[in-house]
Design a protein around this ligand. Structure first.
Ligand SMILES: Cc1ncc(C[n+]2csc(CCOP(=O)(O)OP(=O)(O)O)c2C)c(N)n1
Ligand SMILES: [Mg+2]
Length: 411
């Protein structure tokens, strides 16, 4: 023991830059597209630990699809993928505006992250269940869920499938493999593992997918989910969407001393991959790999999507208070819509003219859904769910205190 011990220090990670500074992403090394091996799905996890520290990429700077992860989608599927991402972006823009017009109290956008949920959805089959966060509406858009039902929920109007009982954008659609979103972050991660275990216990063939943001991995539920998933080799894919920010907190706080978020899986013996989240083709290829593992009784896979949240956290947030305004322009993995568009143009399957025309068609379809939804009411105008609905559908049998309250309300 020393007689004069030095004072102990406490460490708080700091982002590279603050507002007014020059954006710097030198902490995000970007491997060349096509440079990461694609192991067989039954690989021994101990031999692919490096995949938790690299980034699987398919689309290169020139817009070519290269390397062993390329080739999981047909031309038609790629064109459809582009349309899904464009639809989500337009949907977001219209709903963001609707919030500013007072038609809903709240909205959350996906700008920059469209590839993650849109491409992942295409690796799933009917009956599989997602346990999403609020930033995976692409699962619904790419799964063909009606936009008008999403808008009815956002407006909490008389056709709201959830009857005004959920915060706007916290959808729930069992038939579309979309478990009810919880505002309490990361509760869904353990639920995903539990659902997957139940599916296996029943001898079913359906798999589960858990979703979490970089910030919310700091919740205890994240770690508990990994324990159960690894011990019982649950048929689940565990996704981490690392969009660099958790409201105003940069990813370094939740990541702490760990090399990457994906690397958290290694201590549990769970195969862990990092993928370019702005590369539709790479996201799909990794989603196929991970879902095939789950379907083949090979157990869980942890996937980190490296992406960037271009927009504000929500309509209640102002990012200029905590990051440089130009930071999104400096993001080294580009824009997912533009990257897939350029790839399709390079292959002669698409053109700038067709892109503009499709943008106009999508805008028209979104506006038409919006008009229909608004005819059923918005936050402060028109039809609303009935007061009676507030009491229904929560308990199988209504408890006495709720019955009394309902009688008092006269409904
Ligand atoms: C348990 C819990 N803690 C805190 C919050 C408040 N909160 C809502 S979103 C959010 C940030 C989450 O960031 P991240 O997980 O990175 O997801 P992102 O919004 O970036 O997609 C916080 C702190 C909450 N809803 N639940
Ligand atoms: Mg985040």
């Amino acid at each position: 023991m020393t007689d004069n011990p030095s004072p102990l220090k406490f460490h708080v990670p700091e982002p590279e830059v603050r507002p007014g500074g020059t954006p710097d992403f030198s902490n995000v090394p970007i491997p060349k597209a096509g440079s990461v091996d694609r192991p067989p799905v039954d690989v021994d996890p101990r031999t692919i630990r490096d995949l938790a520290y690299s980034i699987i990429r398919v689309l290169n700077r020139e817009g070519d699809a290269v390397g062993p992860w390329a080739g999981t989608l047909t031309d038609e599927e790629q064109l459809e993928g582009l349309r899904h991402m464009m639809t989500l972006r337009t949907f977001d823009a219209r709903m963001q505006m609707a919030q500013r017009q007072g038609k809903t109290s709240f909205y959350m956008q996906h700008m920059g992250e469209e590839a993650v949920s849109c491409a992942f959805r295409k690796a799933l089959i009917k009956g599989d269940m997602n346990f999403p966060t609020y930033r995976q509406a692409g699962l619904l858009i790419a799964g063909g869920y009606p936009m008008v039902d999403m808008m009815n929920q956002i407006y909490s109007n008389e056709k709201d499938p959830l009857k005004g009982r959920q915060l706007p954008i916290m959808y729930s659609a069992k038939d579309h493999g979309f478990f009810s979103i919880s505002g309490n972050l990361t509760t869904q991660y353990i639920q995903a593992v539990g659902w997957a275990m139940a599916s296996a216990i029943k001898g079913d063939t359906k798999i589960a997918v858990g979703w979490v943001g970089d910030g919310a991995t700091a919740e205890s539920d994240f770690h508990a989910a990994l324990v159960f998933a690894s011990t019982y080799k649950a048929p689940v894919v565990l996704n981490i969407v690392n969009n660099q920010w958790a409201i105003s907190t940069f990813q370094g706080i939740a990541r702490g001393g760990s090399g990457t978020f994906a690397a958290r899986g290694l201590g549990f013996g769970i195969p862990a991959l990092r993928v370019d989240g702005n590369d539709y083709l790479a996201v799909h290829a990794v989603a196929k790999w991970a879902t095939e593992r789950a379907r083949s009784n090979l157990g869980p896979t942890l996937v980190e999507y490296v992406t960037y949240r271009v927009g504000a956290h929500s309509t209640s947030d102002d990012p200029s208070a905590y990051r440089p305004k130009t930071e999104s322009d400096a993001w080294p993995l580009g824009d997912p819509v533009i990257r897939l568009k350029n790839h399709l143009i390079r292959r002669g399957l698409w053109s700038d003219e067709r892109h503009k025309q499709t943008e106009a068609e999508i805008l028209e379809a979104v506006i038409s859904a919006q008009k229909e939804a608004e005819s059923h009411g918005t936050l402060h105008a028109g039809g609303k769910p009935s007061t009676r609905d507030m009491f229904e559908g929560v308990y199988a049998e209504m408890p006495p205190h709720l019955r009394r309250q309902r009688q008092k309300a006269g409904v």
